[in-house]
Design a protein around this ligand. Structure first.
Ligand code: 5GP
Ligand code: ZN
Length: 109
């Protein structure tokens, strides 16, 4: 079972912010911004390459709820999903980084 499936199953503890039947959001263990949350589907999906439009639609609603919950929807934030080797994906379970709480830098390789 992959690392994030274990987090879904609560076999590995995480700091959960929001959870519903299909998704879970928790704090990244190594934050790259003052707010750094990971949003994942409970079912295992390898990456954005495999996600359905229906799941993405629900994921959008879930991420919007996260932004409201941690009060970054007005100040702004960034949503990123890394895909494959060139994308820098380390955990092969679809996840969206939700980053905020400060003015974020942009534009480096
Ligand atoms: P990726 O590089 O795959 O896009 O992002 C994986 C993210 O998962 C990284 O930001 C990393 O800090 C985070 N991460 C890795 N292992 C754990 C863990 O055990 N718990 C939590 N909360 N985050 C983790
Ligand atoms: Zn998984």
């Amino acid at each position: 079972m992959c690392l994030f499936c274990k987090i879904v199953n609560k076999e590995i503890p995480s700091n959960i912010i929001l959870e519903d039947d299909n998704f879970i959001a928790f704090h990244d263990i190594n934050p790259k911004a003052p707010v750094h949350i990971l949003a994942i589907p409970k079912v295992h999906v390898d990456s954005f390459n495999e996600v359905s439009g229906e799941m993405m639609s629900n994921m959008t609603d879930f991420i919007q709820k996260i932004a409201q919950e941690v009060k970054i929807e007005e100040s702004g934030y960034r949503v990123i999903t890394n895909i494959g080797d060139n994308g820098g994906q380390e955990v092969k379970h679809l996840h969206f980084h939700v980053l905020g709480g400060a003015k974020l830098k942009w534009g480096h390789f």
